[in-house]
Design a protein around this ligand. Structure first.
Ligand code: SUG
Length: 448
């Protein structure tokens, strides 16, 4: 089955406008965030999925600020001195080291299930996220956290993040789609890249950078031991990147035998769709249901603003599919009409649930960004750390925990405040107890 592991929103969630090319992040730069509302919104989403019968897991937030990163950048002295000097001399660097961006778990790693890999293990490659400094500091903790949760080496295989160079820029599962006849059968793995780093230059986006490279996607496919016959690579349409499509999951979503995508998502989209359908029918023994939404139905700007394609598409216990869409989709007439058409057409999508995750949306993170999907067998699940699976009582405990520890307002100027550092540590200390994870955070290890 597919398990959605959501990144729990961290207590330092703020709007510092760190992501060039992500229009929502730029638009909300230097506004006041509400970390408490953000974490509660994320928890409601997880609870909804669990109540729908979809297994739900949690990935804890990273410790921020990242003092190690600040020290590597030359800030010295006690923690209070490091903080004061960074706030005075380089507030943008301080904001980057304070970002709660690990909440967007779709960028944490690329995961291939055992059914697709040569050695029949579940393979993980944490993303290097080198396109943005604030995200490039995530991989070491992500790798350690995944290893703490998925411990059994005969079941789970780990690779190091790819070399930290722009030629291997990797943004994880946000640019990876797995299609199959059913989650437990072997699938087609589709890697969507923004640019080719080596080889002949192709005309790229003119305004915003392309993040994922073909060389990164190819390396991940090799590392995971995927069958080249069942692995496809397709390039994003540069015009879509310029419209704010910084990851593929902003413009397409797949689940089992369904791919919902925008007609302008890919370069040479029509040819690619034909190829995908024929590879799918050859290897999955089923017909791919490719649902194309045209630019006439939904212009790119509306797709980016509403995050329709960043909905989660999940299989319910009765075999039908449900779209978990952001509230912003219900507020846009064109999107509403497109959703009605999807629901009325002959495909497995029967239901839509609208959710309020506005705090994350304002940083460019929709429902699908917040989760890392991992296809696991019952035996794989039994070998996973059980404390991270959402139960009714864990949900209740996390709500109490969030209300106790999270601020309800945070402005980038507040990041200079040493008391926030201490609040974060007490918050994360309690979280590791709730999830039964042991001392995973740097501050717990040095015993401070
Ligand atoms: O990398 N935003 C994230 C949003 C990631 C969305 N993920 C997926 N599409 N899967 C990013 O651009 C904003 C942080 C700030 O501006 O403070 C940020 O990092």
């Amino acid at each position: 089955m597919e398990v959605n592991f959501d990144g729990l929103v961290g207590p330092t969630h703020n709007y510092s406008g760190l992501s060039y090319g992500n229009v929502a992040s730029l638009e909300h730069r230097l506004t006041v965030s509400n970390p408490r509302a953000a974490v509660l919104q994320g928890l409601e989403k997880m609870k909804l999925l669990a109540d729908l019968g979809v297994k739900q897991g949690i990935l804890p937030p990273q410790e921020r600020p990242d003092f190690m990163a600040l020290r590597r950048l030359g800030f010295r002295g006690t923690e209070a001195q490091v903080l004061a000097e960074a706030a005075r001399e380089a507030p943008s660097l301080l904001a980057a080291c304070y970002s709660a961006s690990s909440m967007w778990a779709a960028n944490a790693a690329t995961v291939s299930p055992a059914a697709d890999t040569a050695d029949a293990r579940v393979h993980f490659t944490p993303a290097n996220l080198v396109s943005h400094f604030h995200r490039s500091i995530e991989p070491p903790f992500t790798a350690a956290m995944l290893k703490a949760i998925f411990k059994d080496e005969s079941t789970f295989a780990y690779h190091s993040p790819l070399p930290a160079a722009m030629q291997f820029c990797d943004e994880g599962a946000a640019n990876h789609v797995r299609l199959c006849s059913a989650h437990d059968s072997p699938g087609i793995e589709l890697f969507v890249y923004g640019r080719r780093a080596f080889g002949p230059a192709e005309p790229g986006p003119k305004v915003y950078p392309a993040r994922q490279s073909l060389e990164a996607s190819s390396a991940v496919a090799r590392l995971h031991g995927l069958d080249p016959q069942k692995t496809l690579f397709v390039r994003q349409n540069p015009a879509a990147i310029d419209a704010g499509v910084f990851h593929n999951d902003v413009i397409s979503v797949g689940n089992e035998n369904v791919l919902l995508y925008h007609s302008e998502a890919y370069s040479e989209a029509a040819r690619f769709a034909d190829k995908l359908k024929s590879v799918f029918s050859e290897h999955c023994g089923d017909e791919l249901i490719a649902i194309e939404i045209t630019a006439k139905q939904v212009p790119l700007a509306d797709a980016v603003h509403s995050y329709l394609f960043n909905s989660q598409l999940v299989t319910l216990p009765d075999g039908s599919m449900c779209l978990i869409a952001p509230m912003e989709c219900a507020e846009n007439r064109k999107i509403g009409m497109a959703i009605d058409q999807i629901l009325a057409a002959d495909n497995p999508i029967r239901k839509v649930e609208y959710i309020d995750i506005r705090q994350s949306m304002k940083n460019g993170g929709g429902p699908a960004c917040l989760r890392l999907r991992i296809v696991l067998t019952r035996q794989d699940i039994a070998r996973t750390h059980q404390g991270v699976f959402l139960t009714d009582s864990l949900y209740d405990d996390l709500k109490v925990w969030a209300n106790r520890h999270y601020r309800d307002r945070l402005h980038p100027d507040d990041l200079a405040d040493m008391s926030l550092v201490l609040e974060v540590r007490s918050c994360l200390d309690d979280l590791t107890q709730l999830l039964g994870l042991g001392p995973v955070y740097p501050f717990q290890k040095v015993g401070s």
